[in-house]
Design a protein around this ligand. Structure first.
Ligand SMILES: NC(=O)C1=CN([C@@H]2O[C@H](COP(=O)(O)OP(=O)(O)OC[C@H]3O[C@@H](n4cnc5c(N)ncnc54)[C@H](O)[C@@H]3O)[C@@H](O)[C@H]2O)C=CC1
Ligand SMILES: CC(=O)C(C)=O
Length: 258
């Protein structure tokens, strides 16, 4: 294939890193991105050692100018952009009655505004190039169904699903596909933090209990790993998904049925 270029936000670790590895193995030149510079440097070195064509960029998805600078870095380095993955996200575990302005502002800035700004930056480049492109964003099972203690987080992941639909309708005329992935419960640093916070909030729980409760009823009988998510993103980044747009696809082993 002619060389294609993929940007993955929040890809120094967790699901984003798994997605970046898969797209690198699919043949994409990779632009790693994260707010955590040290982890990003380690991951870039790992990719280079593995023989992948890679560059990295430090930025904050909640800052619109950072997202446009990220796309500029991709184009300055590799000459074009084909796929933009809005993966970066953060969580909060808070009873509904305690949710405050600080939490709302932080989570909406990163998970919702960040996804919109990334979509705008990628779409502007795709329109300039004139050949279409793929925008793929991280929603969640919590973007289809809201959970106790995860109220703000769930709301932001519903926003991702909403902007995915709007963007897909507005950008279809430029041959830009806009879709989202909705993972279930994956054992990343995010779930380590969620479990620790749920234990703090409920003295009857011990470490690992919240994760065990959330994963107990998964139909396929195991928790999610980054490759489960990366397999779906690889498909959404490929020509095989050219006739799919505006969808937020569950990849949860059988947790939420829509
Ligand atoms: N882990 C899970 O079970 C699930 C995760 N998701 C979503 O998948 C995405 C990835 O999640 P995980 O890998 O589990 O999270 P994680 O916390 O393990 O990794 C997220 C990465 O994003 C980076 N990041 C955080 N804020 C940033 C910002 N403002 N700008 C740039 N980078 C930033 C972090 O430094 C980190 O490297 C998130 O959007 C999350 O909401 C959705 C459903 C389930
Ligand atoms: C982290 C996340 O999206 C859930 C609901 O597991």
């Amino acid at each position: 294939m002619t060389e294609k270029v993929a940007v993955i936000t929040g890809s120094a670790g967790g699901l984003g890193k798994g997605i970046a590895e898969r797209l690198a193995n699919d043949g994409f030149d990779i632009v790693l991105h994260d707010i955590n510079q040290d982890l990003l440097n380690e991951t870039e070195k790992e990719f280079t050692d593995n023989g992948f064509k890679v560059t990295s960029f430090v930025g904050d998805v909640s800052k619109r100018e950072d997202q446009f600078a990220l796309v500029k870095h991709a184009v300055d380095t590799f000459g074009r952009l084909d796929v933009f993955v809005n993966n970066a996200g953060v969580e909060a575990v808070t009873p509904l009655m305690d949710i405050d302005e600080k939490e709302l502002s932080k989570l909406f800035s990163i998970n919702a505004f960040g996804m919109l700004f990334g979509t705008q930056a990628a779409a502007a480049q795709f329109i300039k190039q004139g050949g279409g492109g793929k925008i793929i964003s991280a929603s969640s099972i919590a973007g289809h169904e809201s959970y106790p203690m995860l109220g703000t987080y769930s709301a932001t992941k519903h926003v991702v699903r909403s902007f995915t639909q709007t963007a897909s309708k507005e950008l279809a005329k430029y041959k830009i596909n806009v879709n989202a992935y909705a993972p279930g419960v994956a054992k990343t640093k995010m779930w380590d933090r969620i479990d620790a916070e749920m234990v703090k909030q409920d003295p009857s729980l011990k470490p690992g209990d919240a994760f065990a409760q959330y994963t107990a009823d998964i139909s396929l009988g195991r928790y999610e790993v980054p490759t489960d998510v990366a397999n779906l993103v690889s498909f959404l980044a490929s020509p095989d998904s050219d006739y799919i747009t505006g969808q937020t696809i569950l990849v949860d082993g059988g947790m939420v049925y829509r």
